[in-house]
Design a protein around this ligand. Structure first.
Ligand SMILES: Cc1cc2nc3c(=O)[nH]c(=O)nc-3n(C[C@H](O)[C@H](O)[C@H](O)COP(=O)(O)OP(=O)(O)OC[C@H]3O[C@@H](n4cnc5c(N)ncnc54)[C@H](O)[C@@H]3O)c2cc1C
Length: 571
């Protein structure tokens, strides 16, 4: 489990109310905002790994599956398995579901998030899941532009709002951006023209392979070698790299960045950002939880898996015999046909039996390291990102400001948003102002600092970005620290990501860090769950065969194996 610390400071009273909040600018063209398949061009001429077809109807034996971890990967696995008629129990060590995209309500009614989450338009697997569980209406589309806030309140844009779609809109966005100077723009254009992005227009799978082959070098090395400039990296690409992987361009692999760029360049909607109407627990995890429960799935919160119990069958095959679970002082052994560890990177490292490291497959996981990240929420008594007008920023009758994800090269937080504007259902409070959520990357220097110090530093940097917020007071704040969040997508790390299918026949993995064609993200977590479920379904007959073999082995009577009951207790 990722270690996280949560300490709200200076509490505020008041209830969250629904408020009519409008975006400050409106798009010059009509951007397709629905998640309906008939308006999404995502699966057309797209890499197959990222956009897998619907699974075939499962006709094999019903399996009992125990999933460890109720993050998006675990829940995505559960939804897929339940849809195929299997029986699913999910065990989560925390008191709430959602993992890194989880949230909960503190004693005073504040929604505390594990981190700021935005949804790119290319999140086909996540959107498919949200549609399935009835959460597709829970996203608010933002203007199709990526906004950079520079010191002193200067706004730069990577503006994709053109009447012509991909790839023209992307080319125009990069040529017209005011975030970098003309010289840097020209060099930027050369670098991107020499990237696999161009190939992706005609051969998406080939381009993705090329991108994957660039995993061993950093984005900076790749970009500079293609003619890009240091200034572009500093002013534009570093904030994007920090937002994507919580590390800068010198440290992030070219594969990670180019995976996204390829999609941005070839798919009109890929760069379109959406955010939840309100908190993840209400608008994302909540509907998924309901779907799982309605389909007969069971959640077991605060039940942490302490140990994977394994053995060898008579023919020398290693298999999982059960998982040792504990909830406070309660302990139990859970048995199932298939076990899925849908943990984060530190969680899976703790869980794997040390002897399994003899397999390169499992040992490789220890090459992956989580990146620390700190998320700060600041509630103000006015509108911080209302840049033009001091008077309007101090009134509390109407919510005003920048309603989008905001990047910055000029603060220790690389990306942030005013949740009172972007996700008003849970975050706009009548009579109160902005609720900034700032993601501090790299989080390392902030991890040891006391919350008061973190808040003081972030507040100062917010003021430097928005001088017009001078004089606004912070009425409430919170700090969430995650010691190991995303795996560090550094050069050379991709080959160490494990497949969802493991050398142990009845043991599977899921999680955004596992092998899938997207980056460590909500989309990657969802995709990993689909892949884990597909492997389990493929192995259906074999898993039941293993169950029967073990039952026969236990009774010492192989001849009776055919009569073995299909039922196994999951506790
Ligand atoms: C600050 C922040 C901002 C982010 N922003 C974005 C964004 O804007 N867009 C985006 O796409 N992605 C974003 N991400 C990434 C995204 O949240 C993750 O990639 C994704 O949620 C990972 O899901 P997961 O299920 O693989 O892992 P997790 O969410 O980490 O879930 C793993 C679960 O397993 C549980 N667990 C671990 N060990 C055990 C055990 N032994 N027993 C029982 N339970 C266990 C954990 O408690 C946890 O709930 C962000 C992440 C952070 C931290």
């Amino acid at each position: 489990m990722a270690s996280w610390v949560l300490l709200p400071v200076t509490p505020v009273t008041g209830r969250c109310l629904v408020a009519p909040v409008r975006t400050q600018r409106s798009s010059s063209i009509c951007v397709r905002s629905s998640l309906d398949t008939n308006v999404s061009d995502m699966s057309v001429n797209a890499p197959k790994g990222l956009f897998p077809p619907e699974p075939e109807h499962y006709r094999g034996p019903k399996l009992k599956v125990a999933i460890i971890g109720a993050g998006l990967a675990g829940m995505s696995t559960a939804v897929e398995l339940l849809d195929q008629g299997h029986e699913v129990d999910i065990y989560e060590s925390r008191p709430f579901i959602g993992g890194k995209v989880g949230s909960f309500v503190d004693k005073r009614g504040n929604h505390i998030e594990m981190g700021l989450h935005v949804f790119f338009g290319c999140y086909s697997n996540l959107f498919r899941l949200m549609k399935k569980v009835g959460a597709d209406e829970n996203l608010l589309v933002k203007d199709h532009t990526h906004t950079f806030v520079n010191k002193g309140g200067n706004i730069g844009e990577l503006d994709f709002r053109f009447p012509i779609g991909a790839p023209i809109h992307g080319i125009l966005a990069f040529l017209s951006t005011n975030q970098i100077k003309t010289y840097d723009k020209a060099r930027n254009a050369v670098a991107l023209a020499l990237s696999p992005v161009v190939k992706a227009l005609v051969d998406p799978d080939g381009a993705l392979r090329d991108v994957r082959n660039l995993d061993s070098i950093s984005f900076s090395d790749w970009f500079l070698s293609k003619g890009g400039t240091r200034m572009s990296i500093q002013r534009m690409w570093d904030p994007v790299a920090y937002a994507l992987g919580f590390i800068d361009c010198d440290n992030i692999s070219a594969r990670c960045m180019l995976t996204i760029f390829t999609l941005f360049a070839t798919k009109t909607e890929a760069s379109l950002l959406r955010m939840l109407k309100g908190s993840p627990d209400v608008y994302l995890s909540g509907p998924i939880r309901k779907y799982i429960i309605d389909k007969g799935g069971r959640f077991h919160l605060r039940w942490g898996c302490r140990e994977i119990l394994y053995d060898q069958s008579a023919d020398g095959e290693t298999y999982v015999a059960g998982i040792a679970m504990s909830k406070a002082t309660n302990k139990k052994i859970v048995k199932a046909d298939a076990y899925v560890a849908a943990c984060d990177v530190p969680g899976i490292k703790r869980l794997l039996p040390p002897q399994w490291r003899e397999w390169d497959f499992f040992n490789n996981i220890y090459e992956l390291v989580g990146v620390p990240v700190v998320t700060v929420q600041l509630r103000y008594d006015g509108w911080v990102t209302e840049l033009q007008d001091l008077e309007r920023s101090r009134q509390l009758k109407q919510a005003l400001g920048l309603d989008n994800l905001l990047y910055t090269p000029d603060a220790d937080f690389s990306c942030f948003a005013d949740l009172a504007l972007t996700s008003p259902e849970d975050y706009y409070i009548e009579g109160q102002g902005s609720l900034l959520q700032c993601v501090l990357t790299p989080g390392d220097p902030y991890m040891p600092l006391p919350n008061e110090e973190i808040i003081a530093r972030v507040t100062k940097q917010v003021l430097a970005l928005f001088p017009s917020s001078q004089g606004l007071e912070i009425t409430w704040s919170s700090v969430v620290k995650i010691g190991q969040s995303l795996y560090r997508e550094a050069p050379g790390k991709d080959p160490f990501r494990p497949d969802q299918k493991t050398p142990v026949k009845n043991f599977f993995l899921a999680g955004s860090y596992t092998k899938q064609d997207y980056i460590d993200s909500m989309e990657g977590a969802t995709l990993s769950g689909r892949q884990a479920s597909a492997y389990i379904c493929d192995a259906g007959e074999e898993l039941v065969g293993l169950r029967k073999k073990l039952a026969a082995q236990d009774s010492g009577e192989y001849t009776k194996a055919a009569n073995t009951t299909d039922e196994l207790s999951l506790v």
